[in-house]
Structure formats: structure tokens, C-alpha cells
Design a protein around this ligand. Structure first.
Ligand code: ADP
Ligand code: MG
Length: 334
């Protein structure tokens, strides 16, 4: 559905001089600095995928999305949406795309929400009956009815974002690009937007590329993530594989009925050998009379092996596994 091959974007910005008459000198000297915002990015996204696009500020996420939608021309490389290059045939591609920039509304600030939809429907040549039908549906799903007649500037951020997402869906595109749609929202507003996006993907089969800073967005919504850093893709794959690759330990909490017998000294600094080989170890990081807390790297040790060993130490009452925090994983790769 989306094919990106060797995408580059360089920005040429005038160097701003310092000191007196700096502005004037900048005008005349025309010195430029080249900024490579996106460097040789390639990926494909299949129909029905929900992909997260993450990376620190300034990594090149928005620049990539602008090139995907045809707003910006790549310096080199190629984009195809459903087999069509958005730079050669922007109108054609625009019909299939919905785009939301969380930081910038596409609605008319002073007009009632409803009026913006009328304008957009006209721009996208959506027939009036079709528009009404879709607005009925979107209004229901996104709870728009309560502020239908309110000017956009009077909406809360959460309402505005819902209104913007509805606007991007008005022409019923099959691909959605969402650039930070949950930025600045409170927990409830985030939850309602996530619920809607999930539905769009799983029930309506929309292909979605989502940029976000919120790792909960990614964990709850995306089957796959792409990580961009300094304009380059540094990871592409599932969240599970990302966890494994970074190798942060999984925590396992075991509670015993009564006491337990560890067949080794309770020296917490020593890795416990599973009797497999030296590499297959795990660490007991905390122990009390009825409980132990274990850390293990799941790439090296199978959880089952640990459980088998632990159950030999006493009667296990409860086992609870805690995967490494996604936030921590992301900090490791940035
Ligand atoms: P992100 O969305 O990941 O935060 P952006 O794609 O917005 O990052 O920006 C990537 C880099 O390109 C940044 O260093 C930014 O300053 C630069 N950049 C973005 N847009 C422009 C522009 N229009 N002119 C010059 N530099 C730009
Ligand atoms: Mg951005």
C-alpha cells in the first residue's frame, strides 16, 4: 500500500549572522546551511497495517509524513501510495489519504465545526448525501454532536483533535497519516482517540501510520514500529522484537505457599545457573521469606525454564511476569 524507497530530504536554510546589521548581512551574503532531515529511508506498509513511527524531536518524522502526503518534495528517493507517486499525481493520491497534524488544525478557526466539514466536503467533491451519512457515523463514533455548532477556536484540545480526525475521514480515505494526534491531551481524551483509531484499523481496515511521543499509543495500537533517529531508520519490527533486541530484563515475581528452599546460597549478587550452560542465567534481585523477584533476559532464558526450576524450591502460590517498560526501551535506542 505504501512504498518508500531511498527517501532523502535536505533543507537549505540561510545562515543567520550575529551582531549589528545581522539581518541585512544575512540578506546579502546568502550563505546557506544544508540540513539533512531525512536520510535514505525505505520501508513498506501493507494494506490494513497499523504502524507506529517514533523518534526524538527533530528526528525527521513530520518531514517524512509531509513527503508521503505530497506536501514536500523529496530531495531524492521515491514514494508510492497504492502504486501512485503523490508528487506526480497529488490530487489522485489525496483522495485516498487522510492526514492529521496534531499541532496544526485543518479546520477554519472562526467557523462552527459543521461549516468546516461543508467546505472540506466541497473541496474533496464528496456528494452531499454521502457527507451526511459519513458525518452521522463519525459524529457518533467521535462524539462530535455536542460541539457541532461551536466555532473551532472555542473547542477544547481533545474536542478539536476529534473534530480534526473526523475531517480527515470525510472523503473516506483508506490510508491515514496521523502526526502526533494525542499531543497535549489528557488521559480520557487520549483513550477516546485511541479507541476510535483502533476501530478504524480493525473494523474498517484502514491502513494507519501514527507518529507519537506517547508509548502507550504505540503499545496499545501498533502491530509494528519504525524508529527514526537523526533522519535514519534505526529499527523496524514488532515491539516484542524491539524488547528482545534491547535486552532489558523481564521481571518475574514468585510467591510461595509457606517457605521455600533455594538449593544455592542466598547471595543476591550471584547469577543463578540453570544447569544448562553459563550463559543461561537469571538473577534473583530481591528475596523475602515467601517471595522472590527474579530478573532474566528473555533472549537468553526461557521463562518456562525459570518456572520449572522455581517450582522445585517450594509450593508456588503465584507467579507474575513484568515485561520491561516500553518507555525504558525507547530511551535505550534514542
Ligand atoms: P520531527 O517531526 O521528528 O520532530 P521534523 O521532521 O519536523 O522532526 O524535522 C527534522 C529536522 O528538519 C529538524 O532538524 C528540523 O529543524 C528540520 N526542518 C524541518 N522542517 C524544516 C524546514 N522547513 N526548513 C528547514 N529545516 C527544517
Ligand atoms: Mg514532528
Amino acid at each position: 500500500m505504501i512504498e518508500v524507497c531511498g527517501l532523502h530530504k535536505q533543507f537549505k536554510t540561510p545562515v543567520v549572522k550575529e551582531g549589528r546589521f545581522a539581518g541585512l548581512r544575512t540578506l546579502f551574503t546568502r550563505e546557506y546551511r544544508m540540513k539533512e532531515a531525512v536520510k535514505d529511508i525505505s520501508f513498506t506498509i501493507s494494506q490494513g497495517d497499523f504502524v507506529g513511527y517514533i523518534g526524538p524531536n527533530g528526528a525527521g518524522k513530520s518531514t517524512t509524513i509531509k513527503m508521503l502526503t505530497g506536501i514536500l518534495h523529496p530531495s531524492s528517493g521515491e514514494v508510492k501510495i497504492g502504486g501512485i507517486n503523490p508528487h506526480h499525481n497529488r490530487r489522485h493520491v489525496a483522495k485516498r489519504l487522510g492526514v492529521v497534524f496534531g499541532q496544526r488544525s485543518q479546520l477554519w478557526w472562526d467557523l462552527p465545526v459543521k461549516d468546516s466539514y461543508d467546505i472540506l466536503a466541497h473541496m474533496y467533491k464528496v456528494a452531499s448525501s454521502e457527507k451526511e451519512k459519513r458525518l452521522d457515523e463519525l459524529g457518533e463514533l467521535l462524539d462530535l454532536k455536542e460541539f457541532w455548532l461551536t466555532p473551532v477556536r472555542k473547542l477544547s484540545l481533545g474536542q478539536r483533535m476529534r473534530a480534526d480526525i473526523a475531517a480527515s475521514m470525510l472523503h473516506d480515505p483508506d490510508v491515514l497519516f496521523l502526526d502526533e494526534p494525542t499531543i497535549g491531551l489528557d488521559v480520557t481524551a487520549k483513550r477516546s482517540i485511541r479507541g476510535f483509531l483502533k476501530k478504524l484499523n480493525s473494523e474498517y481496515g484502514k491502513t494507519i501510520l501514527l507518529t507519537t511521543h506517547d508509548m502507550d499509543d504505540i503499545e496499545q495500537l501498533c502491530q509494528r514500529v519504525m524508529v527514526i533517529n537523526h533522519g535514519k531508520l534505526s529499527y523496524e519490527g514488532t515491539i516484542g522484537n524491539l524488547r528482545d533486541k534491547i535486552g532489558l530484563p523481564t521481571r518475574i515475581h514468585v510467591t510461595f505457599h509457606g517457605t521455600y528452599q533455594m538449593p544455592i546460597p542466598k547471595d543476591l549478587s550471584l547469577p543463578v545457573e540453570l544447569g544448562l550452560d553459563a550463559e543461561h542465567t537469571f538473577q534473583i534481585v530481591e528475596a523475602s521469606s515467601h517471595e522472590i523477584h527474579i530478573e532474566a533476559n528473555r533472549q537468553q532464558v526461557k521463562a518456562m525454564d525459570i518456572l520449572r526450576m522455581v517450582s522445585g524450591w517450594g509450593e508456588v502460590a503465584d507467579i507474575h511476569m513484568e515485561e520491561p517498560d516500553f518507555e525504558d526501551i525507547i530511551h535505550r535506542i534514542y
